[in-house]
Design a protein around this ligand. Structure first.
Ligand SMILES: O=P(O)(O)OC[C@@H](O)[C@@H](O)c1c[nH]c2ccccc12
Length: 262
């Protein structure tokens, strides 16, 4: 079994238990549930820099990225740096994140927040809303076309933005549908962990104009962004490059200032 299949198998068991623990009604009655979500897609369209900064403690490909930083401080630092949005990993087993991280980020900032999760069930989208997210991620590699349709339409009905992530042409072609806001190309193959910015470059022409293009993973300098912009990318999802330092917010600020001066 590859790592992605394993993550999904574990996730199914987790979601079943979560459903039994907190009923849908309770999520729907929570304070944040009726909050009006700011749109990440609109923020990216209007931005010159387009940075989505991620909170990431560890990953299957890197066992320690940052174990010290407090998510509230990271969120504040990212917001002060002028990012368009923040991605918060909520998977516990493989990434060391939690729904509480999302809630704590929401408690400290108003910028668009993305729940970074392996979403396989509508219940997780209700959770995303209840814990303060404005955007959800859907990963084409783990969903059928029909699942992508159902989950994205459900998210839109809750006024959430949808970022759909692909890694190759086949995933992209099965995914294009009107209920998505942003198309993310992951430069990291989630099955082999290989990273190449060429993935973003080669798929860019196949993404229809109406979607905001986001390049994800492996971005470690501003010249990479300058290059990716030529291919029409308006969003750049960066985790490790910021999180590996002891002050991710400060690092993001320096990065964004440098980007503006290019
Ligand atoms: O730390 P990086 O290389 O800058 O990558 C961030 C982000 O793109 C990556 O964490 C990611 C992209 N898609 C995902 C799906 C699940 C978990 C994690 C991810």
């Amino acid at each position: 079994m590859n790592i992605l299949d394993k993550i999904v198998a574990d996730k199914r068991k987790e979601v079943d238990l979560r459903k039994a623990l907190i009923p849908v009604k309770q999520l729907e009655n929570s304070v944040l549930f009726n909050r009006v979500s700011p749109s990440l897609a609109s923020a990216l369209r209007a931005s010159q820099t387009g940075i989505i900064a991620e909170h990431k403690r560890r990953s299957p490909s890197k066992s320690v990225i940052n174990q010290n930083e407090n998510v509230q401080d990271v969120a504040l630092g990212y917001a002060k740096a002028g990012v368009c949005g923040m991605s918060v990993l909520t998977d516990g087993k493989y990434f060391g994140g939690s729904l509480d991280d999302l809630l704590l980020a929401r408690a400290s900032v108003d910028i668009p927040l993305l729940r970074k999760e392996f979403v396989i069930d509508e219940y997780q989208i209700l959770e995303a809303k209840a814990y303060g997210a404005d955007v959800i991620l859907l990963i084409a590699a783990i969903l059928s076309k029909e699942e992508i349709r159902q989950l994205s339409e459900f998210a839109k009905s809750l006024n959430l933005d949808v970022l759909l992530e692909v890694h190759n042409l086949e995933e992209l072609q099965k995914s294009i549908m009107p209920s998505l806001d942003m198309l993310g190309v992951n430069n990291r193959n989630l099955k082999t962990f290989e990273v190449s910015l060429e993935t973003s470059k080669s798929l860019s022409a196949e993404i229809p104009e109406e979607f905001v293009k986001v390049s994800e993973s492996g971005i470690s300098n501003t010249s990479a962004i300058k290059e990716l912009k030529k291919y029409g990318y308006q969003g750049f999802l960066i985790g490790e490059n910021f999180m590996k330092t002891d002050n991710p917010g400060k690092n993001a600020k320096i990065f964004i200032e440098e980007l503006k001066s290019l």
